[in-house]
Design a protein around this ligand. Structure first.
Ligand code: PLP
Length: 286
């Protein structure tokens, strides 16, 4: 069934939606995006996603295409028009259309595109058995804190994982894990400490990562935000990833070696439950 999507002020069936061939998102990956999950027909952690959108736009001197209230209004309208109960809303802002030139054009009108996708975010069968990952070289640019639509390197990492029979890739730079192809990475080490890489230009500041760190603090888990190696991860008790659409997802093998007993760990499962409970509580209050 055809979806209704949003393109620059219009709600249209997806077949009728159009973007210019001169759009700089198409020509230069000159754009940023956000993905918010939808649970029970409501947006999860959306304020965090909109705040990060502002930051990404600011870092690229790109104009905000609409106010937060307007953007959220469109997100909600798309959820409603497409009858999404569980899934995601994708939003993308590009610098707009202009003659091809590396320099940013003056006065281009940013384009705003949004669409929904249905996905079982809670009853995700992968969460019960966990996922496998392989380590790959992180070949991305140096501003991974900006949520840019230039995603070819992570697509290649994902394809390397698929070719190796794994579910995803953990990217490694200078001997340390940066992040997953589209998620942040965590381990629970032998001492029971939750370890995740510190924020910086090397990784995206995940909205789910931040929520999970808040929950871990409430649970008085020991926390360390620092780099870790693949070897440390393989020898950890537990490992997991976080992202808006996977929430907390157990990682049960790295490069073919089991993490812990090769099954989703206790801390991981508890954090997943807590994340979902907290998201549902927040939804019930709005
Ligand atoms: N890191 C990368 C490279 C990502 O692409 C994503 C999500 O797309 C994340 C981390 C997780 O961020 P969030 O929890 O905000 O979805």
């Amino acid at each position: 069934m055809s979806r209704i999507v949003y393109v620059n002020g219009a709600y249209l069936p997806e077949e009728e939606a159009r973007i210019s061939v001169f759009d700089r998102g198409f020509l230069f990956a000159d754009g940023v995006y956000e993905v918010s999950s939808v649970l029970r027909g409501k947006l999860v952690d959306n304020q965090g996603h909109l705040a990060r959108l502002h930051r990404s736009l600011g870092e690229l001197d790109m104009a905000q295409p609409a106010s937060d209230a307007e953007i959220e209004g469109i997100q909600k309208a798309l959820i409603e028009k497409n009858g999404i109960v569980e899934g995601l809303v994708y939003l993308q802002v590009t610098r707009g259309a202009a003659d091809r030139d590396f320099a940013y054009p003056e006065g281009a009108r940013p384009s705003l595109v949004m669409f929904t996708q249905q996905k079982n975010v809670v009853a995700n069968p992968q969460a019960d058995k966990g996922i496998s990952v392989i380590a790959v070289d992180d070949i991305r640019w140096k501003r991974r804190d900006i949520k840019s639509v230039g995603l070819l390197a992570p697509c290649m990492a994902k394809m390397q994982a698929k070719a190796a029979g794994a579910d995803d890739a953990w990217m490694v730079e200078d001997g340390y894990v940066t992040e997953g192809s589209s998620n942040n990475t965590f381990i629970v080490n032998a001492e029971g400490t939750l370890v995740t890489r510190q924020l910086g230009n090397e990784i995206l500041a995940g909205i789910t990562r931040a929520a999970v760190l808040r929950l871990a603090e409430e649970q008085t888990l020991k926390l360390e935000q620092r780099r870790f190696t693949v070897e440390e991860a393989v020898n950890a008790r537990e490992a997991f990833i976080t992202s808006a659409t996977t929430f907390v997802m157990p990682v049960v093998s790295i490069d073919g070696k089991p993490v812990g007993d090769g099954r989703p760990g206790e801390v991981t499962q508890r954090l997943r439950e807590l994340y979902i409970e907290t998201a549902i509580d927040a939804i019930d209050q709005c």
